[in-house]
Design a protein around this ligand. Structure first.
Ligand SMILES: Cc1cc2nc3c(=O)[nH]c(=O)nc-3n(C[C@H](O)[C@H](O)[C@H](O)COP(=O)(O)OP(=O)(O)OC[C@H]3O[C@@H](n4cnc5c(N)ncnc54)[C@H](O)[C@@H]3O)c2cc1C
Length: 288
């Protein structure tokens, strides 16, 4: 992982409020004057969130300047250093400076068989005034925006699970009204379905996950008829569980004939692996 350059900075913030969006989704609104300098490119703009462990008043992140913060953070004991996780900026407001982040609350309900994690657990208990730190952009055009349809795109395909639903919502708000959009979004519960857009050009298929069964994202888009121009004027964006994302990308490129450069994809989480573990794997991997 590289250290942030000037296009990113650390922003201390606190919880301004929370709102339930569904049984497994919670919106946390962050506020604080420092957020006035937080820019956002919209779409799937992501940021790193630094959270305290239970019992800590604030996240432990002693070194917040340009170079060296990552090494300093990594040198601290994992049980003490801030929990670092990736999230999407669902919305940003300036008066007062606020950001909305929508958290999938995996495993935080005793009836949910999915494993919990420190970030989901933190969100489930978040209260106004709770302190966090964000590492986010200072300029709207920055490297943490992945949704970049090439010029001439007429059709957009979006394939996402609940962790990428905030990005889907923000992408739909950003897309020009004339772009035809086909979306497949899988959520854990029918009551997690959101009213995202009333645009005629949006054709969205909501999929409800069946516990213990493979993701329905692996079957539903395969059965769909794609528009005739899909192989030359379509752009696809896929995000969610890493294994599912990989399969879907393969399907669109190999079986549907989409140009691989017209398919953006991102594993947002990997089954059985925490984000800490994924980061350590990336850090330990030999340079390619
Ligand atoms: C660029 C980017 C943007 C993201 N945006 C969002 C966002 O806006 N909202 C959001 O909710 N998530 C988002 N995610 C995903 C989020 O970072 C991961 O789900 C993260 O693992 C959550 O941290 P945790 O501490 O709760 O769990 P971890 O400690 O990382 O993982 C603990 C266990 O939970 C499992 N797990 C992780 N996520 C899920 C899940 N959703 N369902 C079931 N099991 C899971 C892991 O496989 C692991 O076994 C984004 C990820 C990336 C890379």
């Amino acid at each position: 992982m590289s250290d942030p350059v000037q296009e990113f900075a650390f922003f201390p913030a606190q919880v301004a409020g929370t709102r339930r969006l569904g049984p497994t989704m919670l919106r946390v609104t962050f506020g604080g004057e420092a957020l006035a300098g937080f820019a956002s490119g919209g779409r799937d703009q992501s940021c790193s969130l630094f959270l305290p462990h239970p019992g800590q008043a604030e996240p432990l992140l002693p070194h917040r300047d340009g170079d060296g913060w990552f090494a300093a953070w990594r040198a601290l004991p994992p049980s003490e250093r801030a929990v670092m996780r990736s999230y999407t900026v669902r919305a940003r407001r300036t008066e007062p400076p606020q950001l909305d982040v929508d958290f999938a609350l995996h495993g935080t309900d005793p009836a949910d068989p999915a494993p919990a994690g420190p970030a989901a657990t933190w969100a489930a208990g978040a209260k106004p005034g709770d302190r966090v730190v964000l590492l986010g952009p200072t300029v709207a055009d920055n490297r943490s925006v992945g949704f970049r349809p090439p010029e001439g795109t007429r059709t957009v395909l979006l394939l996402a699970d609940e962790t990428a639903l905030p990005a889907v919502g923000a992408i739909l708000e950003w897309l020009p009204a004339e772009t035809r959009t086909l979306a497949w979004v899988e959520v854990p519960d029918a009551a997690d379905i959101q009213d995202l857009s009333d645009a005629d050009r949006l054709d969205i298929t909501w999929l409800i996950r069946e516990p213990g069964s493979p993701s329905r994202l692996l079957t539903s888009p395969r059965e769909a008829e794609l528009p005739a121009d899909a192989t030359y004027a379509a752009y696809a964006w896929i995000a969610g569980e890493a294994g599912t994302v990989k399969e879907l990308r393969r399907h669109l490129v190999r079986e549907r004939g989409l140009d691989r450069h017209a398919v953006s994809f991102a594993g947002y989480w990997r089954r059985g692996t925490s984000e800490d573990r994924l980061r350590e794997e990336a850090y330990d991997a030999p340079p390619s």
